[in-house]
Design a protein. Sequence first.
Length: 315
Amino acid sequence: MTSLGLRSLLGHTAAGEPLSLNRAPCEELSPWVARVYAVQVEAEPDHMIHCGLCADTPVLRVLLDGDWTAETRDGFARYRSCAMFFGPQTRKMPVTVKGSFAAVGVALRPGAVAALKGPKVADMLDRAILYDHIYGDQEWGTSEKLIEWFDPSSPPQRWLRVAEILVGDLVERAGGAHPDPIVEAFDKAAFANPNMNIGDFAEEHGIERRSLERLIKRAYGQTPKRVLRRARVLDIAANLRGVADDAEAEELALRYYDQSHMIREFVEFFGMTPRQFVNTPQPIMTKTLEARQARRLEVLGRHDPAERYPWRRGD
């Protein structure tokens, strides 16, 4: 066990926080899927983690082990051995997990939910809904059936492949429509420079600003300005948790006018100052930030996915 009382079977940060097995999806699913990941962490039965999530994408999560809670827009809820559809978070969503835990997830790309005929993303912000109530199907799609498909006793690598097969089936059932390429371009631009000018982006891509704003609102559930603010603070958060490229640290800090500006943004999104964020163990948040940062560096061509990320401890 690490100093946090946790042992991940899938890697740790240099500070000992557990990480996930996460990677880009198979090429066939790349228009719809941002990342697939698996989590498998051992802990004492009464060990309790108080943490949170702040993801910028909708995520299909299958909770295979652990007693989970979340404070969503709909109130406090408990989960165990179920499949959930989480909307993106507009700020930190408090979560807890008791004991050992395992999960498999599929982070969807912006615009994918509409292409897959799911709910409006704006209606899903800060919410978590049982998969059965959205994509459930009596033949294969209920939580109970999905748990059976994944088989919690099987290797995490298999979980990822099963997730890809099921999402491929979902894509086929939805007709295979792709998200708008403008949304894909905006997603990449937000990774590269969340301080970009929205008007300049619209002009560069030959779209009226109001049309772009409507397109982004439909894909992300929020305005372009709010999406960029979240991207900026998530990059800083990843750096503070030690799951980012250290060579970017100064550049990321310079995205803010000054230190007080960064502190205000941090408090708004995470409910704590950057110093508190660094000093508070956050294993769930760290895993989410690491998967996003890994994808960001791959999308921007700054890392070869075949190589180990520098923030991962060699254990």
